[in-house]
Structure formats: structure tokens, C-alpha cells
Design a binder for this molecule. Structure first.
Ligand SMILES: Nc1ncnc2c1ncn2[C@@H]1O[C@H](COP(=O)(O)OP(=O)(O)OP(=O)(O)O)[C@@H](O)[C@H]1O
Ligand SMILES: [Mg+2]
Length: 236
């Protein structure tokens, strides 16, 4: 696909494939087009040209709520939780959106299965003990993990994480890597990440974007050794 903003090609004839159950990273310098790529996958943005197929189905023209119901979820580069709702409410609304649409009026006790799903999602991201705390009162790292919980509550089969460890301490980053490992069972994961250690530890395959084009694609080891990648990206 190609995405143009006026004269700028944020993505230029990008051809990318992810296989079921793979954990893949998309890396590249600032402005390479990584978030734009996620925006297209999740229907936030429509590509200027090209197609997006999910399980063989063309989803290019679908709105984001329909794409969510097909099983694609994402977390945002900048934390995107509802600060004045509790951790549980944040994930419950997402769990509900999958089944019943965004019906904010229905009382939550009407959907016991949804509460169970929401609690399960919180447990997966290690926040069940903080279920009743306002999202605003969680630490930055906890809010980022809550956002992963929100994405999981929609029961995705493809999870797109945009810089999940951004702004985290080393200890929080370590915990989030463990978290992503845990959820990677039965889930296809695409991850945009600047922390090379995180990427090398987690991913089967790495795609390098550079000025909207794919510069390289391979295993972590192949990417580490690729001279073009070293020149534009890994060189410090
Ligand atoms: N809505 C928009 N309107 C105009 N230009 C945009 C828009 N969104 C992104 N861009 C431009 O497209 C290019 C790619 O941006 P994108 O956010 O996808 O990069 P990125 O790889 O995610 O960068 P970063 O590592 O900084 O998050 C940049 O030059 C950016 O300024
Ligand atoms: Mg980005």
C-alpha cells in the first residue's frame, strides 16, 4: 500500500505479510511510517492506494469498529486510556464493544460474561489487583499495560502494539516484555518498538521501514548483520 499526505509519501508501495502466530517487529527511524502503517491496518486511516487483506478478506474499506470486530486490536504510541474510569471499566467497555457495540447505557451487571472477560484481560496484564483504581492514578507503566489489556478485551487474533515500552523504566520494560511473551500464545503480534533489545528478544521477524519503504526484512540475526540496516538505523 501507499499512503500520501499531500506531497509526502509516508508509505510507498509497502508489501508486507504476517503469518498467523508470528511475533513481528516493525522498526525504523522517526517518521519512517510505522504508526501510519498501524493506522491503516486498524482503519484509522485509509491508504491512498493498495489493499489490506486479513485472513484473505479485503478489509481496506472497513471502518475501525468493523476491523476491531474482525479481530484486529491495537495500542497507541501515546497512552490512550480513559483516565476517569477505573481499570476494570476501561477493559469492560472494550470487551462489550466486541459483543454488543458501544452501548454505554446498559448496566454492566447485565453482562456477567463481559465482567469475566474484562477481569481475565486485567489478569493477563497483571492489573487485576488494581481493578477498582482510576486509570489516572495508575503509574505510566501500568497505564501502558492497561492499554494492552483494553486491546486484549476485544478478543483479537492480531494485536498491534505501537511502542509498548515507550517511557518505561528498565524494570517496567522487562515486565512488559514478559507480559507480551505470555500473551503471544495463540495471538499474532505486530510490534513497533525503538528498544532494540526488546525487539531482538521478542520477535521472530523484523521489518525495517525507512522513509516509507521497506529497507530490509528478516530474522533478528539477519537484521543485526545487515549492513544497510546498520548504516541507517543501528549505527549509534
Ligand atoms: N495525519 C498526518 N498528516 C500529515 N502528515 C502525517 C500524518 N501522519 C503522519 N504524517 C507524516 O508521515 C510520516 C510518517 O509518520 P509516522 O507517524 O507514521 O512515523 P513513525 O515511523 O511512526 O515515527 P515515530 O517513530 O516518530 O513514531 C512523517 O513524516 C509524519 O510527519
Ligand atoms: Mg510512530
Amino acid at each position: 500500500m501507499t499512503v500520501r499526505f499531500g506531497g509526502l509519501a509516508a508509505l510507498s508501495m509497502v508489501n508486507f505479510e504476517v503469518k498467523r502466530d508470528e511475533v513481528c517487529a516493525i522498526i525504523g527511524p522517526n517518521g519512517a511510517g510505522k504508526s501510519t502503517f498501524f493506522n491503516c491496518l486498524t482503519g484509522v486511516l485509509k491508504p491512498t492506494s493498495g489493499r489490506i487483506l486479513f485472513n484473505g478478506e479485503d478489509i481496506t474499506a472497513l471502518p475501525s469498529n468493523a476491523i476491531s470486530r474482525k479481530g484486529i486490536a491495537r495500542s497507541y504510541q501515546i497512552t490512550n486510556v480513559m483516565p476517569n474510569a477505573t481499570a476494570l471499566e476501561n477493559v469492560r467497555i472494550a470487551a462489550q464493544s466486541r459483543r454488543h457495540g458501544w452501548n454505554m447505557i446498559s448496566h454492566h451487571s447485565a453482562f456477567p460474561d463481559i465482567n469475566e472477560k474484562a477481569e481475565a484481560a486485567l489478569q493477563l496484564v497483571g492489573l487485576l489487583e488494581k481493578a477498582d483504581q482510576l486509570a489516572a492514578n495508575l503509574s505510566h507503566g501500568e497505564q501502558r499495560n492497561l492499554e494492552i489489556g483494553i486491546a486484549l478485551a476485544t478478543e483479537p487474533t492480531l494485536l498491534c502494539l505501537d511502542e509498548p515500552t515507550a517511557g518505561m523504566s528498565a524494570a517496567e520494560t522487562h515486565d512488559t516484555v514478559q507480559l507480551i511473551r505470555r500473551i503471544a500464545n495463540n495471538l499474532t503480534i505486530l510490534i513497533v518498538e525503538h528498544d532494540m533489545q526488546v525487539v531482538m528478544e521478542l520477535c521472530h521477524r523484523i521489518t525495517v521501514l525507512h522513509y516509507g519503504e521497506i529497507l530490509a526484512d528478516g530474522t533478528p540475526e539477519e537484521i543485526r548483520r545487515n549492513p544497510k540496516v546498520q548504516e541507517v538505523y543501528l549505527k549509534t
